[in-house]
Design a protein around this ligand. Structure first.
Ligand SMILES: Nc1nc2c(ncn2[C@@H]2O[C@H](COP(=O)(O)OP(=O)(O)OP(=O)(O)O)[C@@H](O)[C@H]2O)c(=O)[nH]1
Ligand SMILES: O=P(O)(O)OC[C@H]1O[C@H](OP(=O)(O)OP(=O)(O)O)[C@H](O)[C@@H]1O
Ligand SMILES: O=c1cc[nH]c(=O)[nH]1
Length: 478
């Protein structure tokens, strides 16, 4: 499958709008993806990843946001400040502005913030008020903000209202010592805003410090991540950006395709992936860790089979209400790499029938099916299709088409694999929207040779020991 045909498949889609979706080397059809029309965007716009950054005034929230934005330069990121949602001051309040508490939750128009966020989350462009700190009014021209992949919400009291907290996929609290915050505030307000130090200290002791203690600090417990020293903490920022990137990759595709399942990642799983991706890993270790990961994928896949309720009597004489495994199953492996998954399936499902499909690759663009051996009654079974790599999606489409020709209902097929390239996912999910895909990691894309990147090289060669490198390793010492 070349890149053009992937684009064609996407473009002919009437169900899913790929606005802003970044395919490797493929531009979205509409170059003005930032401004979809309201009607098309409302129902199908992919949900942005929302990051909340809270913390005391002058704690360094702005630097944290700037650094995240800088590192996510290849994503569409928009920053929304809680400051933009300060209430306009009335004439009466203006007259006694020094008594106005800008650090109290009531100083903000939270309803307006919620409404703005709701629109952005549904793919609509919004006008964000520009609050003027001199006139204490949002009477300056508003800022037009287009829907984005990532929205960063920044402000002192963002974690105060549970409805605002609920908007966030990730909550960061910038935790900077009070003396550092005060020093920064004095410098900023005297140098940048021309205030005298007396009034800055007055405002600090009267409003800023009490509000921090009463309203801001108590929201620290809602944070997923607490960053000490704010923008100076480069390690924390790097880790956060790494996490956001992982989330963005998976979150997008899984939201578009509800039948795509990525097994829950843990450091254990990441560790195994690190080993099998490493070009220096020996064949023995490659097989060992691939087998462990395959077993996890198989177990997860079995969890998607239908079940019937079943009651049993336990040795204590009590009733346990559980479920009965789905009975009519079979595995189908795509030769040869798919055969590496057969043992895991046999270990989980005693005596399971396993069929085979061989797809011969002719050049890089065409593939030809040359062999199949499948159970005769396959159309009455749930099929676990086994192939560790989903690249362009060519092999998978051929294998699935064959199963469907044999009478297997699309919804009875679960495709199990170790790694999937986004291109292959698009092709398979668009061609067969009812099949389920279970994978352990989604990749960045494909290279010019249609190999998965970062990938793990030629899986079959590494697993079965037929790669040149292994031969050289054996031959060299002789
Ligand atoms: N004096 C005065 N202070 C205001 C006004 N509006 C907001 N503030 C102050 O602005 C602060 C909120 O902004 P900060 O969180 O410090 O702004 P920031 O620049 O994003 O902070 P960091 O990036 O963390 O340094 C509150 O402590 C308010 O007291 C105003 O009209 N007058
Ligand atoms: O999505 P695609 O672009 O079609 O690529 C995926 C196919 O490539 C691999 O097999 P390969 O042709 O390397 O053969 P092998 O299993 O015999 O090593 C893999 O096992 C898939 O069958
Ligand atoms: O990257 C790839 C693509 C197809 N098959 C593999 O084994 N690896």
């Amino acid at each position: 499958m070349d890149s053009k045909s992937v684009v064609e498949l996407l473009e002919t889609s009437s169900e899913v709008h790929f606005s802003g979706f970044h395919l490797d080397g493929l531009e979205p059809r509409n170059s003005e993806v930032g401004q979809p029309t309201t009607s098309e965007s409302e129902s199908v716009y992919k949900q942005p990843f929302v990051i909340g950054v809270a913390g005391g005034a002058a704690s360094g929230k702005t630097s944290v946001c700037d650094m995240i934005i800088e590192q996510l330069h290849d994503q569409r990121v928009v920053l929304v400040n809680q400051d933009s949602f300060y209430h306009n001051l009335t004439e009466e309040e203006l007259e006694r502005v020094h008594e106005y508490n800008f650090d109290h939750p009531d100083a903000f128009d939270t309803e307006k913030l919620l409404c703005t966020m709701d629109k952005l989350k549904h793919g609509q462009a919004v006008d964000i008020p520009n609050y003027d700190f001199k006139s204490y009014k949002n009477n300056v021209l508003p800022r037009r903000v287009n829907p984005s992949d990532v929205i960063i919400l920044e402000g002192i009291l963002l974690f105060h209202d549970p409805r605002v907290r609920d908007l966030m996929n990730m909550k960061i609290f910038v935790d900077t010592d009070a003396d550092v915050r005060l020093a920064r505030r004095i410098r900023r307000d005297t140098v940048e805003k021309g205030r005298d130090i007396g009034s800055v200290l007055d405002q600090y002791s009267k409003f800023v410090k009490p509000a921090f203690d009463d309203f801001i600090l108590p929201t620290k417990k809602y944070a997923d991540i607490i960053i000490p020293r704010g923008g100076d903490n480069h390690v924390a920022i790097d880790l956060i950006v790494q996490h956001i990137r992982t989330k963005l990759g998976q979150h997008d595709l899984c939201k578009i395709y509800p039948n795509l399942y990525v097994i829950h990642s843990t450091f254990q799983i990441r560790g195994m992936h690190t080993l099998i991706r490493d070009a220096k890993t020996t064949k023995h270790d490659f097989v060992f860790y691939s087998d462990r990961l395959i077993r996890l994928v198989v177990e997860h896949g079995l969890g998607h089979l239908p079940f019937t309720e079943k009651q049993v009597i336990t040795p204590t004489g009590s009733v346990y209400t559980g479920v009965d495994f789905c009975k009519r199953l079979c595995g189908v492996s795509v030769i040869r790499s798919g055969e590496s998954m057969e043992n895991a399936l046999r270990a989980c499902c005693k005596g399971i029938k396993i069929g085979k499909i061989l797809i011969h690759r002719e050049g890089d663009n065409g593939q030809q099916l040359i062999y199949e051996k499948l159970p005769k009654d396959i159309s009455e079974r749930h099929v676990l299709l086994l192939d560790p790599i989903l690249g362009t999606g060519n092999s998978a489409v051929q294998a699935i088409s064959l199963l469907i020709r044999k009478g297997v209902p699309e919804s009875n097929i679960i495709f199990l694999n170790l790694i999937s390239a986004p291109q292959g996912i698009h092709v398979v999910c668009k061609s067969f929207p009812r099949i389920k895909i279970v994978t352990s990691e989604i990749e960045i894309g494909l290279n010019d040779d249609f190999r998965v990147i970062p990938g793990m090289g030629e899986f079959g060669d590494r697993y079965f020991g037929t790669d040149d490198d292994e031969e050289q390793q054996v031959v060299a010492p002789l």
